[in-house]
Design a protein around this ligand. Sequence first.
Ligand code: MN
Length: 419
Amino acid sequence: MLNADHPEIQSWVSVPSGSPFPIQNLPFGIFSTKDSSPRPGVAIGDHILDLKAVHGLGIDLGPFKASDFDSSVLNDLMSQGKKAMTALRERIGELLNAGDHELKNHAESVLVLQSDAEMHLPVRIGDYTDFYSSIDHATNVGKMFRDPENALLPNWRHIPVGYHGRSSSIIPSGVPIHRPKGQTRPDAEKPPVYGPCRLLDFELEMAFVTFDGKPLGHSITTSEAEDYIFGMVLFNDWSARDIQKWEYVPLGPFLAKNFASSMSPWIVTLEALEPFKVRGEKQQPVVLPYLEFTGNHNVDIPLEVSIETETGASQVVSRSNYRYMYWNMVQQLAHHTVNGCNLRSGDMMASGTISGPDEGSFGSMLEISWQGTKPVQMPDGTERRFIQDGDTVIMNGQCEKNGITIGFGELRTKVLPAI
Ligand code: MN
C-alpha cells in the first residue's frame, strides 16, 4: 500500500519539501484549466496529473471507460467500487515512481501546474449527512444551551447522533458565501424578527465520501464499512447560530445550516490515511453489538482554523484534531445503514464539529467565544465573537509521519454581506 509507511518511495515529479501532496498521498479531485474542461486529476507536489490525458496515451489504468476520465465528477470512476479505485491509485503510484519512465516521457502533456488550474466539487453529492460525534463539542453545546451538570443528552453515548443535511449548497474551497437571512428571536420577550443573521459561525469538520452501498434494506457492518469509504475532505459546516436557536426545536437544524457548507478540493484516500490511525477514547457505556468494532478507526489529523480579515490580518483561532472523535467512521456508517438506508456513490458524511478538550482546540466560534462572552483579539486590533462580513475562514489539515506530510489542501471561504 502506497502511504507514509514507505517514505523511501519518490516520484520523478519534483515535490517541494513539506508539500501536502507527496507520492505517498495521491488524492483525487476535479480540475479545469483555461484550455481543458473539468476532469479527474491526482495531486502530486505542485502539479496535477491529468488522468484523461494519461488514459488518452493508451496507458493501462484498469477497468475504466474513456468517458469515466472525461467527466466533471469522480462518481463515474467511483462506480467501479473500492477495489478498482485502490488499484487505480496504486497504478498511478507506479507511473509516477522515480524508477518508471512510461509516463515520464510524456510529462509535459499529462502534468498541469496547480496554480494554473481551478478546482471544482470532486463528486456529485446525492445526500449529505452531518453527525454530532465530538464529545467535547456536544458537551460544550449542552453546557451552554441546557444543563452544565448534565450536558450530554441521554442518547448521546448510545447513538452516533446525526441529521440529514442538504447537498445542493455544498461548495468547493474558494467560492464565497453571502451572509444568510432569516427569522430569529433576539429578545425572548418580543416577537421574532427577520433580517441578516448576526451570529454567523463556522464548524470545523471532516467528511468522508462513500461508494455505492448495499441494496435498500441491507445493512453494512462496522467490519465492512471501510470497503464503502473512498476518502476524506475538510468540511466547514456553516451555521447561523441565531437562526438555529429559534428554529431547531423540535425537528433540529434547518435553515441555520442549509445555506452553505464548504469542502476542500482533494479527496484523500483511506489508504493514504492508514498510517495515521489511532485508538479512540474508550466508549462508556459499552455500545450495542452492531456498533462494536475491531482495530483502530480514529485518525490522527491535526487541524487548524484561521480567520483572515478584509485588511489581511490573520489569526489562528483553533488547533484541533480529528482523533478526538468519540464515534468513528465505521460506527457512523454502520449506524447510518442499520435500518436498511442505502448509500450511493458520492454521499458525504460529515463528522460534526470537531472540538478537543482544551479551549484552544474548540471547533466553532460559539465555543471559542463561549457564546460571545470571550472575544478573540485580532492582530488589527478588532475583535471577533462570530464571523463578520469580509472575513475569510481558512481550514487546514496535515498529518505527518516519517518526514512525510499528507495534507488536504486549504479550505478557504470568504463571507460577503447579505444580498
Ligand atoms: Mn455540523
